[in-house]
Ligand binder design. Structure first.
Ligand code: EPZ
Length: 450
């Protein structure tokens, strides 16, 4: 049973520890060597949906988000928002889910550790709460498998907007009793979350705010478009500098979440691993950015279709290339693990360099257990392609590393058993259903083997 089956049974009952406990011990079993064919529907972007949900705190009117992905991370943020007083309804109609959020009355401005620790993106309620309510007490997120991931840029940016902030017993105590005042904020390095938090806060600050060296991801542009639909005045989203003219209040809006470019990239790599031809529907080629170019360099064919993009690859048709992760428009760090799986079965050698996170190579030991030839040298991994991988029991450690292992299983000879797949449920909706629908021999099995 997947978390979504349980959620369907229990309506939109919140995804909680009990659900995770029952499904978190689930495993995924893959028997490799099956070519893929058919079509996969790409869902709404997790990393757009999360900040958009936090934006609901900025108004007392309803915000409706279409094409919301049914994922554990979305449920986790829904829990957090509900305890602030936001009414959150998920209306799943078939494959699409509409989220309606209304923060008419925020009766609690504290985001507790036991919720924030589950998902770093919970810190995105900080800016909206301070902007709307003049105060917030948000737990520091703590580190995670891929790095320490502090929020100093979020905090310093809010201080620039006039908030008084103290760190107290692992919590961020923020006060702005007279409201926020626009300012120029220059980020010392690019941060997606800090850009989003301060973009939202600046919408209700008095005067003009300039965010310099802002993140340029498509998810930032999507957030800005929704905020403008809510009455915000924003120019330059997606560029180096974003200009925001503060307004007194924001109103409700309806917004369709952009497609998930990381989900699409992950499935494109699945075709590269298994061979075959698959249409990814609901995604535009432009949204794939440089990831599409690098996948073509590695040997995939990727062409636009009327409903999306078609990805094709001959088995064994992958060539080794060098890849470096960078902030958008560079190669996305969220595709690094998946790309490494692909390059582990390429002809020739590759070098993958991770410049965003300090510990995002957790998938390497597991890929090596499947026969990959990878050596780490600091922030770079030297990969020598092998003719084939062999199936093995492996451990998922974080969301994207887990997907890398699923992809390796598609190409491996024999059976791969992936444990701790709750990591996958955080970011991939109906993963095994989508891949099985294209011919993969993949199934979710309970802890008791059923
Ligand atoms: C977002 O995380 C994404 N998450 C991540 O996707 C993605 O990997 C990351 O951006 C980079 O693209 C969501 O959008 C929910 P950052 P975020 O702030 O905002 C350091 C996935 O798999 N930093 O751009 O947390 C930080 O430690 C997830 O879907 C500070 O030092 O990333 C990291 O090394 C994983 N201080 C680097 O900057 C700060 O105040 C980039 O982080 C903020 C960040």
């Amino acid at each position: 049973m997947t978390p979504h089956d349980i959620l369907d049974d229990l309506g939109s009952v919140i995804f909680d520890e009990a659900v995770a406990a029952r499904t978190g011990m689930d495993r995924i079993r893959i028997r490799g060597g099956r070519r893929l064919s058919g079509a996969i529907q790409i869902g709404g972007a997790k990393n757009a949906a999360l900040p958009l949900m936090a934006a609901s705190l900025l108004t007392d009117e309803a915000l409706v988000l279409f094409r919301a992905p049914r994922l554990a991370d979305i449920e986790t943020l829904a829990i957090l928002l509900r305890q602030h007083g936001v009414v959150v309804d998920m209306n799943g109609t078939g494959k699409e889910c509409a989220l309606t959020l209304r923060a008419a009355d925020i009766h609690n401005t504290e985001a507790p550790y036991d919720l924030v620790r589950k998902m770093r993106a919970s810190a995105l309620v900080l800016g909206p709460l301070v902007a709307r309510c003049g105060r917030a007490r948000v737990s520091l997120p703590g580190g995670c498998a891929i790095g320490t991931r502090p929020v100093d840029l979020h905090i310093n940016g809010l201080r620039s907007l006039g908030a008084e902030i103290e760190l107290d017993n692992g919590y961020i105590e923020a006060r702005a009793p007279k409201g926020l005042v626009g300012a120029e904020i220059v980020f010392p390095f690019v941060s997606v979350g800090a850009t989003e938090n301060l973009l939202m806060a600046a919408c209700l600050a008095r005067g003009e705010t300039r965010l310099v060296n802002a993140a340029r991801e498509p998810e930032i542009v999507d957030l800005a478009q929704c905020l403008v639909a809510m009455g915000a005045k924003i120019d330059g989203a997606g560029e180096h500098t974003i200009l925001i003219q503060g307004v007194d209040r924001l109103h409700g809006a309806k917004h369709r979440i952009i497609a998930d470019r990381i989900e699409a990239g992950s499935f494109a790599i699945a075709v590269g691993m298994a061979g075959g031809s698959v249409e990814l529907t609901g995604i535009e080629l432009d949204l794939m950015g440089v990831a599409a170019d690098r996948l073509r360099d590695a040997g995939l064919t990727i062409e636009p279709t009327a409903g999306g993009i078609r990805v094709a690859c001959e088995p064994g048709g992958i060539t080794g290339i060098d890849v470096m992760t960078e902030p958008y428009p560079g190669f996305p760090t969220d595709l690094q693990a998946q790309m490494m799986a692909l390059l582990s079965v390429a002809q020739g050698a590759s070098m993958v360099t991770e410049t965003i996170f300090e510990n995002r190579f957790m998938h390497v030991p597991e890929l090596c257990r499947m026969g990959a030839n990878i050596n780490l040298h600091g922030a770079s991994a030297m990969i020598r392609g092998v003719p084939r991988l062999t199936g093995a029991p492996v451990m998922a450690t974080d969301l994207r590393a887990s997907m890398g292992l699923v992809l390796a299983g598609l190409a491996a000879e024999g059976e791969t058993l992936i444990n701790r797949i709750y990591h996958l449920d955080r970011g991939y909706e109906r993963l095994e259903e989508k891949l099985a629908g294209c011919g993969a021999d993949i199934e979710r099995i309970g802890a008791d083997g059923t």
